[in-house]
Design a protein around this ligand. Sequence first.
Ligand SMILES: Nc1ncnc2c1ncn2[C@@H]1O[C@H](COP(=O)(O)OP(=O)(O)OP(=O)(O)O)[C@@H](O)[C@H]1O
Length: 326
Amino acid sequence: METILDVQNLTIEFPTETRVVRAVKDVSFQIQKGESLGIVGESGSGKSTIAFGLFNSVPDPGRISGGKVHFFGGPNFLDIKGETRRKFYWSKISMVFQASQNTLNPLLRICKQVDDIAHAHRLAKNKARAKAFELFDMMHLDGNRVMNSFPHELSGGMKQRVSIGLALLLDPEIIVLDEPTTALDVISQASVLKILNRIRKEREISLIFITHDISVISEVVDSVMVMYAGRVVEQGPAKQVMRYPSHPYTRGLIRSIPPLVGEVDYTKALKGSPVNLNNIPSGCPFQSRCELRIPTCSEIEPPRVQLDNSVEVACHLAKMEATSQG
Ligand SMILES: Nc1ncnc2c1ncn2[C@@H]1O[C@H](COP(=O)(O)OP(=O)(O)OP(=O)(O)O)[C@@H](O)[C@H]1O
C-alpha cells in the first residue's frame, strides 16, 4: 500500500490575550492510496483546524507549533512555501470547505468558474470544461444546465455537488471534505456520500471527511479518528470503532445518533458540553462528562494505548481493561 499522507504529532495553537489555546494537540495519522478517513467530534474539537494545518494555512493568529505533514513520502510540507505550495493545492490535494456551496462566486456562471480554475492552473479551457461535464455527470447533475447557471439558480444540494465536482477537476489524489453534507437533507446527504464513495473507488482517490455527525460517515470511511478538545481520543478501523467503541466519548457520540424510526431517546444523548479550551483541567479533558471516571482521570492525562483490534484509545479505563485482558 502506498502512503499518501503521513501526519506526525501535529500541534496547532491560537494565542489569546491571556493564554495560548492548543486547538490541535499531537495529532498523528496516515492515509493510504484510495483510503478514506473520518475525523469526528463536536464543534470546537479541532477538526477544521487540522484541515487548515494540512494545507499549512491556519488562519491568523493561529500557528503550527509542532509536527510534520508528508505527502507521498516527500519532504515536510510545512516547510514548503509560496508557489510550490499553491500549485500543490488543487492538483494534488484539494478541499471542499464547510458550506462550500456558499464559496461559489455568486456573480459568475459555473462554466466561468471552471475556466478560472483552468486558467489558474494552466489547463486548456476546453479540456477543463469537458472534464467538468464528465464530473458533473458523475455527480448526477445535468452538465448543460449547471454550466450555464449562476449559483443562485441551483439548489443547495446541487451547489454542494458542483463544489465537489470542482474540487475533482484537477484530479487531486486527496480531497478533504469539511462537513460536506451538513447543509443537505438526509436524502441528498446519502446521495452525495454514495457518489463520493463511488468516485473514490473508481479513481483511487483518498478522502478525508470531517464531520460532527458520526452517523453520516460510519458507512463510508475505512478508518475513524475521534477528536475531543483538540486531542485524538480514539482512532482505528471504522467498523471496529463503530461496533466496539472503547472511549466513553465515542460511545456517547454513537449513543446520541437518533434512530431512523421511532422516538428520539434524549436520555441516551451525550451529557454536558465540550470543555473550554481556555481552561482544560489537568488529567483527562473528558473527565467532567465521563460517567466512568476514576480518581486517576483528574490527575494524569491518559496516554494512548493500542488495543487488540487495531484501535488506539486515550482512556485510563481502556488501558486498565487492555492490561487485565492481556
Ligand atoms: N481563528 C481562530 N481564532 C482563535 N481561535 C480559534 C480560531 N479558529 C479556531 N480556534 C480555536 O480552535 C478550536 C477548534 O476550532 P475548529 O474550527 O477546528 O473546531 P471544529 O471541530 O472544526 O468545529 P466546527 O465544526 O464548529 O468548525 C476552537 O474551539 C477555538 O478555540
